[in-house]
Design a protein around this ligand. Structure first.
Ligand code: ADP
Ligand code: MG
Length: 634
């Protein structure tokens, strides 16, 4: 099968990236396949190409609605028939979409794991001609993973409905344990993993213990050319830091999930097009963003796991040119990370309490509420029940992963408007203010009932009909609002909470204490690994991360802060060569222990320097060390 032709025809790329083709061939031959490629490695194509190569429909399971929408959009723009099903769509829309998957020629169906296992899907999936079941972010299936989502664990049930369809699992981060777990939980027929090394040769990892992080950041921004990302935990700080950088004449902007979609798009776009050089952001930034020439990624706070760090830092240097991944920390950070961890795993009874309060707040009877959405103001809610907003976020996050709730701003309330004057008064207004005439006339033509009730409008449509820009439409509506001619309620971007299941009595929430305790423990281990990462002053940063992900036998990177420090350990080139010349012939002819080697040398050099050179030669695989600690030349 000519896969290259498919790649070129639909995506316009002339060649596959490393491992892509192997992965694609593996599923096309009918094998269950786990693909482990770093972020940006091109996982989507691994299921999209087979989806196009084979007859029938490829079902893609993914937990992130925003990414789901992007991907569906991207496929559609290539003329490929793709649909996504997410909450916020009406029943009719969902029904239609599924019908098209059964009878139509849909090539890709994107779903959340909760949706996949609903009865509705179970009865319809056997009627579909499913060529491939692709599970994105597959690490979510593992309780040991850093982003466990219980609904993933039920995916295997769906396999029984389509027993001859191969399955592909994809993830960017998985430790050895998780790799095994994913294959077991998804009922792989045979173990089958394609894994690209996590080594990033062009990325220099740096850790700096800094009391004055801001000044260090400024130095970094001034020293490095090119675009950068600065990650901070707190939304307010994104703005403060970006303002401060601007005052120091660094082109900067800020970004977080609390901004409107419009603002976010504009900021992201300016950064992609390099009108903004440095973007200061929470971890909301970066998912699905693919900018190859990011030259530095700075973390101002400690991420809570090496997985998260590797993913965020890994956004640097996608083009293969040198880039820096820099982490600034001080002792207060390790403490606040520990606190953050504690607070992110509140006691189960607190989570149940929040769940209960939510049900009461939205006035849901036990057994009702499934698929209903409610606008949600966390601060009003917190005040109402005397709860800590942080606890609420943590509890909702937890309930979300368990598949009880979904929270998002995807369901923003549409804009509405209504006239505050009657027909006659409007007429008088039009006579007095003729410049508004075309606009108000168009409103009256386009919408009925404007005098009697709030009517949904879309600023986009109005812009198209009037030929005005969207901004001009907003401005005009606001002007008319101020003049009390109409009442304009702009789109409401408050987050929305959707109940994915009927409201349960809090005591019926299915969360076992053991599971919860274990999960918290794994999270603590990840946090501790992160603290080890920054505290270690002797282990190559790259080797540290690779070992964490279960990769052994790699060389030290030679460019992280630890390696550079070691290189600086006071050995001049002259001294280096002197040591090299004298030990090489000795260990070529026979094996030595470190001791006999040192004893046999009389170089008039401090032992520490000689050791440095030997260490270097070992790390760079010139000298090998066998199990008995004997050294020999390779
Ligand atoms: P991942 O899911 O592994 O993080 P994506 O599937 O989002 O990565 O792909 C990242 C980017 O790489 C996308 O912009 C995609 O178009 C691009 N890409 C993937 N494969 C290729 C290829 N073979 N040639 C060129 N670009 C590719
Ligand atoms: Mg992806």
């Amino acid at each position: 099968m000519n896969l290259q032709a498919i790649l070129l025809k639909h995506w316009g790329f002339s060649s596959f990236r490393p491992l892509q083709e192997d992965i694609i061939r593996s599923v096309i031959e009918g094998n269950d396949t786990l693909a482990l490629l770093p972020t940006g490695g091109g996982k989507s194509l691994c299921y999209q190409v087979p989806g196009m190569a084979k007859d029938g429909l490829c079902i893609v399971v993914t937990p992130l609605i925003a990414l789901m929408k992007d991907q569906v959009q991207a496929l559609k723009s290539k003329g490929i028939n793709a649909v996504g099903i997410y909450h916020g769509l009406s029943k009719v829309e969902i029904d239609n979409a599924i019908d098209n998957c059964v009878y139509g020629d849909v090539k890709f169906l994107y779903l959340s794991p909760e949706r996949l296992v609903t009865d509705m899907m179970r009865t319809r999936i056997p009627k579909m001609n499913v060529s491939l079941l692709a599970i994105d972010e597959a690490h979510c299936i593992s309780q040991w993973g850093y982003d466990f989502r219980p609904p993933y664990q039920r995916i295997a049930e769906i396999r029984e409905l389509i027993p001859n369809t191969p399955l592909m699992a994809l993830t960017a981060t998985a430790t050895k344990q998780v790799v095994v777990d994913i294959q077991e939980k998804l009922h792989f027929k045979d173990p089958n993993v394609f894994q690209k090394s996590f080594e990033r040769k062009n990325l220099a990892y740096m850790v700096f213990r800094e009391e004055d992080k801001l000044n260090k950041l400024l130095k970094i921004c001034l020293k490095q050319s090119g675009t950068g990302v600065v990650y901070v935990r707190n939304r307010r700080r994104t703005r403060e830091i970006s303002d401060w950088l601007q005052q120091q004449n660094v082109s900067a902007d800020f970004y977080h999930a609390g901004l409107t979609a419009q603002e976010r798009d504009a900021k992201q776009d300016a950064w992609m097009k390099e009108r903004t050089r440095v973007i200061v952001s929470t971890n909301a930034f970066g998912m699905g963003i693919d900018k190859p020439n990011v030259r530095f990624v700075v973390h101002m706070d400690l991420p809570d796991s090496p997985e998260a760090y590797f993913q965020e830092a890994g956004r640097g240097g996608r083009d293969g040119n040198k880039a820096f991944a820099i982490l600034l920390f001080n002792d207060t950070d390790t403490d606040s990370l520990k606190q953050f961890h504690e607070r992110s795993y509140p006691p189960l009874k607190e989570i149940k309490k929040v769940y209960n309060c939510l049900g009461n707040y939205f006035q849901l009877a036990i057994g009702s509420g499934k698929d209903q959405s409610f606008p949600f103001d966390v601060f009003a809610f917190a005040k109402n029940y005397g709860l800590d907003p942080f606890l609420i976020y943590a509890a909702i996050g937890f309930l979300e992963k368990e598949g009880y709730l979904a929270s998002s701003d995807a369901l923003a309330n549409p804009s509405r408007l209504m006239f505050m004057v009657n027909n006659e008064e409007l007429y008088r207004f039009q006579v007095a203010n003729p410049r508004f005439n075309p606009f108000t006339k168009m409103l009256l033509r386009s919408f009925t009932g404007l005098f009697t009730e709030f009517t949904r409008i879309r600023e986009d449509d109005i812009a198209r009909r009037t030929g005005m820009s969207k901004e001009a439409v907003y401005k005009t509506l606001q002007e008319l609002h101020k003049m009390n001619i109409l009442h304009y309620k702009a789109q409401n971007k408050r987050p929305v909470i959707t109940f994915l299941e009927e409201r349960l009595a809090a005591s019926d929430l299915r969360v076992s204490k053991e599971v919860y305790r274990e999960r918290k423990l794994f999270a603590r281990k990840r946090m501790e690994a992160m603290i080890d990462y920054v505290s270690s002053e002797t282990k190559c940063r790259s080797l540290f991360l690779l070992a964490y992900f279960g990769e052994k036998g790699k060389n030290r990177c030679g460019q992280c802060d630890v390696c550079l420090e070691r290189n600086r350990a006071g050995v001049s080139t002259y001294e280096f060569n002197k040591v090299l010349k004298s030990i090489k012939p000795v260990i070529i002819s026979e094996k030595h222990t470190l001791e006999t080697l040192l004893n046999g040398m009389d170089l008039m050099l401090p032992e520490e320097k000689i050791l440095n050179v030997i260490r270097y030669l070992i790390d760079n695989e010139k000298i090998a060390e066998d199990e008995d600690g004997l050294l020999h030349w390779k």
